[in-house]
Write a protein that binds this ligand. Structure first.
Ligand SMILES: Cc1cc2nc3c(=O)[nH]c(=O)nc-3n(C[C@H](O)[C@H](O)[C@H](O)COP(=O)(O)O)c2cc1C
Length: 174
């Protein structure tokens, strides 16, 4: 798919076929996704790929935003120490969230390129997830992305009238 189709077709997918996603493919997607812009060039991402069902089931217990059990889950962590070394205090207040979001979105678009569905999630207990994946104290799990072969056709996107959100030269043009 070209980039325009990927952006238009991507939807959050929360229902998956009972079919494994190969770890090779997950490594491919995550490695490509790290080709992302990064605030102050921090590049402090620490990703954990989880495919074992029992582990995913346990993470679901402390993740209210994950109302389903996906075949694979990627925890997007950021090393706050490395981030602070590169960008100072603002890194942990702001930059870690931007950097995690960009990589998550890359993962979602790349997943679709491989006909996989995905859902970015922020609603989970960060402390519990950090402990569960054995992150060291410096690493903060910011987002998670579920991945699997979709068992549902995503509903078609209704393209928003651009005049509601996009303005030319200044906001008064609305
Ligand atoms: C930062 C962020 C956090 C999100 N957290 C969750 C979540 O915890 N659980 C969930 O089911 N969806 C979550 N979503 C997915 C949104 O609900 C979804 O993107 C939105 O409803 C628009 O639908 P679409 O992705 O299909 O276009 C999150 C999305 C973003 C960008």
């Amino acid at each position: 798919m070209d980039i325009k189709d990927l952006i238009i077709e991507r939807r959050s997918i929360r229902k998956y076929k009972d079919e494994d996603v190969s770890t090779d493919l997950l490594f491919e997607i995550t490695s490509l996704a790290l080709n992302a812009p990064s605030a102050s060039n921090m590049k402090a991402w620490q990703l954990v790929i989880i495919t074992e069902k029992e582990k995913i089931e346990k993470i679901k217990r402390f993740s209210p935003g994950m109302g389903f059990i996906p075949p694979a889950l990627i925890v997007i962590g950021i090393d706050k120490k490395k981030a602070a070394e590169k960008a100072g205090e603002i890194a942990s207040k702001e930059f870690i969230y931007y950097d995690a979001a960009i990589v998550s979105y890359n993962i979602s678009l790349l997943a679709l390129e491989y006909l996989l569905g995905s859902c970015i999630m922020a609603s989970f207990n960060r402390q519990a997830v950090a402990k569960f994946v054995n992150f060291s104290e410096e690493v903060c799990p910011v987002l998670m992305v579920s991945i699997g072969y979709p068992s549902v056709e995503p509903t078609k996107r209704i393209t928003k009238d651009r005049s509601e959100s996009i303005f030319l030269q200044n906001y008064e043009s609305r």
